[in-house]
Design a protein around this ligand. Structure first.
Ligand code: NAP
Length: 548
């Protein structure tokens, strides 16, 4: 007999759990909860699954964690049967995988597509979440899980004249599903973050002319992507049990070679040889060349200068090369980009780089934009201008906890969570990879699986013990918020104006959002919290409700 539901029968269309999002978090959570006999509703604003990969279909969009690791580990048959065509998968292959998982585990019919959750208000009487969707449907749920992703609220800066521009516009994070052709067109790309750095080389091959507007130059490492070989896939598949376990305790949730030497304890020749070798291998593992790159500025400078010299060697025009050399932040303190032929693209005759670090875009015009009095004409503008990361998607839903407190109000000075999982005064609201957890500073699927398992286990723990409510204690939350900052400020990360700090959104409070002590350390902390009877959380029993 399947276990009974945690939600007492009611006249409302009530379920045990409402899930927002059918990306990798929502899909796995749906699978876990349904397997345990819990009733669910899962709402997804897109018309398909895959989350970030559903939306980010821009040319060149590709994951920079290799696919043998950027994939689910919860089901051995799944990881044995699936074949990845390349080392680092492109967006279409990752979507195909998400579709496969959805159908393999029978999840599709349990998802409401093209439906957004607009509001979720906690009702303290019956201790339920009252949820309203974009279709006007109202439902109640005992538990409410935000699984909408960390980087899913696309951001176009409020440029003067934005509405005047009559050409085509695109944002990398909301790319159309139908094919986009830039053939014969004059195209602008605004921004030089991870998305732009992947898109620029591909757009440049097609467009008649491409102009890139760069505010801050970025560090990027060649991906050295290549077709998957059977031998390589087999090494993973034959050792998945041990490898997945090891990954879960690695600093970034990725199995890679880390060097436990300081960059400053070796000779210059050894240091350069180490960088050279990691550059040859490619990928974001480059940062693991020495153990103090993210904590010691002098060590960091040696790596940064190595990359700048690679740029100077690659880009033929010395003026362009110097503009492309990042100097505003230590390497790694903004997301390290991974590319295919990025710097080489600036050697093409049809590509121009415009430095807007000193003279920002003045305004958009009917047919282009102006910078420092110079007019540019474009048939299409690609905004690669990023996202309101980590909190944007949470704030898109009108979430109110005890006493009608709005999440936005509680977090006015920055996100406050316990373990990046829950926030006090919002009982039974869980966030998958929320602010204050390793999330974006890790292999997202490793972190997603850990959070989903923790949330699903907690909901089942509550059901089995007749517990109606879980909520973090204020003191535990305060301590965690301080701890997240303390860890961040022992590193060089806060030296960059990054989206990790909320610095890319005007008016957003400056608080370092991800927890960067490492995925392994974080997992152990969570294991200890649960092992010590959910230390830092308080529960309320079902009985208390009956007595009310
Ligand atoms: P991003 O890193 O935030 O980059 C946004 C770019 O737009 C920056 O170059 C920024 O300049 C520029 N920009 C923003 N506002 C501007 C303005 N008003 N005028 C001129 N330029 C402006 O966004 P993203 O590239 O979309 O990447 C976001 C995150 O998504 C990444 O950090 C990564 O975590 C993830 N991602 C991952 C992959 C991958 O797996 N390979 C690929 C793409 C994205 P400033 O730097 O000066 O602020």
């Amino acid at each position: 007999m399947p276990p009974s539901s945690v939600n007492p029968p009611s006249a409302d269309t009530g379920v045990d759990v409402v899930i927002v999002g059918a990306g990798f978090s929502g899909l796995y959570l749906l699978h876990r909860l349904r397997k345990q006999g819990l009733s669910t509703r899962c709402f997804e604003r897109g018309d398909g699954v895959g989350g970030t990969w559903y939306w980010n279909r821009y040319p060149g969009a590709r994951c920079d964690v290799e696919s043998m690791q950027y994939s689910y580990g919860f089901d051995n048959e799944l990881q044995q049967e699936w074949n990845w065509p390349e080392k680092f998968s492109g967006h279409a292959d990752i979507r195909a995988y998400a579709d496969h998982v959805t159908d393999r585990f029978g999840l599709r019919s349990h998802i409401d597509f093209e439906t957004e959750v607009r509001a979720a208000h906690y009702d303290e009487g019956p201790r339920l979440w009252r949820i309203q969707t974009s279709t006007g449907e109202k439902i109640t749920a005992r538990h409410f899980v935000m699984a909408g992703g960390c980087i899913s609220t696309a951001q176009i800066p409020n440029f003067e004249g934005l509405a005047d521009y009559t050409g085509k516009t695109y944002h990398t994070g909301r790319w159309p599903h139908e094919a986009v052709s830039f053939a014969g067109l004059r195209v602008a790309v605004i921004g030089t973050g991870s998305s732009a750095i992947q898109a620029i080389p591909v757009i440049a091959q097609e467009a008649a002319h491409l102009t890139v507007f760069q505010r801050q130059a970025n560090f990027t490492i060649p991906s050295r992507n290549h077709p998957m070989t059977a031998d390589y896939a087999d090494t993973w598949k034959n050792g998945y049990a041990e490898k997945r376990h090891e990954m879960r305790y690695m600093p970034n949730g990725v199995l890679r070679e880390l060097n436990d030497k300081s960059a400053l304890e070796v000779t210059e020749a050894e240091r350069l040889a180490t960088y050279e070798e990691r550059w040859r291998i490619g990928g974001s593992g480059f940062l693991g060349a020495f153990n103090d790159i993210m904590t010691n500025r002098e060590a960091n400078d040696t790596m940064a200068e190595f990359v700048r010299n690679k740029i100077r060697q690659t880009v033929k025009d010395p003026v362009t090369a110097e503009v492309l050399c990042p100097k505003t932040h230590p390497i790694g303190t903004k997301r390290l980009c991974v590319d295919t032929g990025y710097f080489e693209t600036y050697n093409r005759d049809n590509v121009e780089l415009v430095d807007i670090s000193q003279t920002p875009i003045d305004r958009l015009t009917g047919n282009g934009l102006t910078v420092n009095g110079r007019d540019f004409t474009f048939d299409a503008i690609v905004f690669a201008t990023g996202f309101d990361a980590m909190t944007g998607t949470l704030f898109n839903v009108d979430i109110r906890g005890r006493g009608g407190l709005e999440l936005k109000t509680k977090w006015a000075a920055g996100p406050r969570t316990y373990l990046g999982l829950m926030t006090e005064r919002f009982p039974n609201l869980f966030m998958i990879t929320g602010p204050g957890s390793p999330s974006v500073k890790s292999n997202m699927i490793t972190s997603i699986e850990q959070h989903v398992d923790l949330v699903a286990d907690t909901i089942i723990h509550m059901r089995d013990r007749g517990l109606a409510v879980i909520e973090p204690e204020r003191a535990a939350e305060d301590e965690w918020v301080d701890h997240v900052q303390e860890v961040a400020y022992k590193t060089l990360f806060p030296q960059a104006n990054s989206w990790y700090m909320g610095a890319n959104i005007p008016g957003k409070p400056r608080l370092f959002m991800p927890y960067i002590a490492g995925v392994g350390r974080y997992r152990r902390i969570c294991e200890d919290v649960v092992g010590e009877g959910y230390k830092g959380f308080r529960f309320e029993a079902e009985q208390a409700m009956a007595a009310n």
